[in-house]
Design a protein around this ligand. Structure first.
Ligand code: UT7
Length: 330
């Protein structure tokens, strides 16, 4: 008897997108209570006017649940249709069990496969790449990919380099089979030589021994240089790999890290003015793995994006890691 191998759909597509925005609005004036800064400096340097932080009743789990439920509903599916759940987060406070396993159960899937990934701000694109592969190999038919963070809980509010930047939220996408190509090849990679550029300040043992929390540290300028150089070109390579030209794009949704990084990418990509560019950092801050699906969800709600649009996405962050692909908006 010959060993059987799995076969899946010819192509995959994003079938539905959902988001969950925390209720607490934190404006730049509130920031001046925590660090020496100003509304003007934050706006000029990042484009952020306000960000969302989880209120007491909101957690990375509750935000993930809300985003996933919406995405499943918009895909026209029920939780029983979901075969796999992938959560990208760096702010689920238990290393095990995975948040994905908890979400899979609470959603009411029929014991879906579930795992978390640690790919920081590139996590949504990493998750989509995984989901695409699962659907096309037949390992799963419908996959929920969630990017969820409560970075406010692991940010040092007295740190002038990060306190004003990081934020909370969750976004989700359901990926399923397609008859036509609707997700381009992933372009991704890592540079662990720069592992210390964005890092947690202590491991668990040190946190216990020193009686101090483990919080995010970031060398902002080093990340900025990498993002405006190497990552801008990775975005160009992602578009090239998809076989499309800049004028065939409708949307560009880079990770919402900093509007100045987005501006620099636009110059490098030479996108025509007909391409709508995500600027949702203005109201939501930098919420890492959640930023891309939250941006797409918000742009669909405002009418800036519509079903059928061709969209270039790229995530980049701690690792350092990055991933991008072209997707068709559901
Ligand atoms: O999402 C994961 C990936 N992360 C990123 O992509 C973040 C990439 N990095 C950045 O976005 C930027 O580096 C930051 C927004 C974090 C910082 O902006 P910057 O332009 O790199 O600031 P800087 O550290 O070069 O500081 C410039 C000036 C300095 O003053 P002088 O020396 O020019 O007089 C700082 O003292 O701004 C001052 N400064 C501040 N002023 C007000 C630094 N932090 C602050 C602050 N408020 N919070």
């Amino acid at each position: 008897m010959a060993l059987k191998a799995s076969h899946g759909a010819a192509y995959s597509r994003v079938e539905g997108i959902g988001a969950a925005i925390p209720s607490r609005v934190v404006d730049n004036h509130e920031m001046t209570q925590y660090i020496e800064t100003s509304d003007e400096w934050i706006q000029q340097r990042t484009g952020i006017v306000e960000r969302r932080w989880a209120a007491e009743h909101e957690t990375v789990e509750s935000l993930s649940m809300d985003a996933a439920r919406r995405a499943i509903e918009r895909a026209g599916l029920t939780p029983a249709d979901i075969d796999a759940v992938i959560v990208s987060t760096v702010s689920h406070m238990l290393q095990t069990p995975s948040l994905a396993a908890i979400i899979a159960a609470k959603l009411g899937t029929d014991g879906a496969a579930a795992f978390d990934i640690s790919a920081a701000c590139a996590g949504f694109s990493y998750g989509l790449a995984q989901a695409d592969a699962l659907v096309r190999t037949g390992a799963a038919r419908h996959v929920v990919v969630i990017g969820a963070e409560t970075l406010s809980k692991i940010t040092d509010l007295s740190d002038r380099g990060t306190a004003f930047l990081f934020a909370d939220g969750a976004g989700a996408a359901v990926v399923g089979p397609s008859d036509v190509p609707s997700m381009g090849p992933v372009v991704w990679g890592s540079d662990g030589e720069q592992a210390d550029v964005i890092n947690m300040s202590r491991d668990w043992h040190q946190a216990v021994e020193e009686g101090q929390p483990s919080q995010i540290t970031m060398q902002g300028q080093a990340v900025f240089r990498w993002a405006t150089g190497f990552i801008a070109d990775a975005a160009r390579r992602t578009l090239e790999a998809s076989g499309l030209t800049p004028d065939e794009l409708d949307l560009f949704v880079p990770h919402q890290a900093n509007n100045r990084i987005t501006d620099s990418m636009l110059r490098h990509l030479k996108l025509p003015e007909t391409v709508t560019v995500a600027r949702t950092i203005k109201h939501f801050g930098n919420n890492s793995a959640a930023s891309i699906p939250i941006a797409i969800d918000a742009m669909l709600a405002s009418g800036e994006a519509k079903s059928g649009d061709t969209c270039l996405i790229i995530g980049f962050g701690a690792g350092l890691v990055y991933a991008g692909q072209v997707i068709t908006i559901p």
